[in-house]
Design a protein. Structure first.
Length: 212
């Protein structure tokens, strides 16, 4: 089955092959939504599980994500015309103010996109107000905060407070993560979820979107 082949080639990080197979599937009349879900996203899900179990590492995830993006680029215009593009939710993600680390954030972004959620990447050194403004303007369901420095972790608490002040706390979930971050810290600042790795973050994001 061609969709299985797409999934396998994606897992192997063969972007060129993924592109060819996706085009072939389109030519065969398979719906873009089905190619996305049963081909690309099913491959990314397996990558997520393997990454979580330490069977593969960051470089393999990055090449698989690149292959996914190449395939998804062919599907985007078709998904729009099919009118059946159902994103399960919208997430804005960024590394908090004062912190310039982005490898973890980028991994989480790729994993979340692999689950079919729309992600707005605000980059690094993001001020609390920027997260809140983006969540309001773009209608985000989740704000994802990343920090690698213990000194920037308190900014996560400021984002939670800013969300409360803006009156969006009841319909926008806040997820946090990063090497020094813990679930105890998550409870302390009143965020909704802490996850230890990118694959868990993606799973949690879907779970939270389904709850809203």
């Amino acid at each position: 089955m061609i969709l299985d082949d797409i999934s396998k080639k994606l897992q192997a990080g063969k972007a060129k092959d993924v592109k060819i197979l996706v085009q072939q599937a389109i030519d065969e009349g398979i719906s873009a939504q089905r190619i996305l879900e049963d081909g690309l996203m099913s491959g990314m899900n397996i990558i997520g599980i393997k990454f979580k179990n330490n069977e593969i590492f960051v470089p393999e995830v990055l090449v698989a994500a690149r292959a996914m993006n190449q395939g998804a680029a062919l599907l985007k215009p078709l998904l729009a015309t099919e009118g059946e593009v159902k994103t399960a939710g919208k997430v804005c993600i960024g590394t908090v103010q004062g912190d310039l680390h982005d490898i973890g954030k980028n991994l989480v972004k790729m994993m979340i996109e692999g689950k079919g959620l729309e992600v707005i990447d605000l980059g690094t050194d993001v001020a609390p107000e920027k997260f809140i403004d983006t969540a309001i303007e773009q209608g985000c369901n989740i704000i994802c905060l990343s920090a690698l420095l213990t000194t920037t972790m308190p900014v996560m608490g400021e984002v939670v407070k800013a969300a409360e002040s803006a009156g969006i706390r009841d319909h926008v979930k806040i997820m946090i993560g990063g090497a020094p971050v813990t679930s105890a810290f998550c409870n302390e600042i009143g965020a909704d979820a802490y996850t230890p790795d990118a694959a868990s973050a993606a799973e949690k994001a879907v779970e939270l979107c389904n709850q809203l």
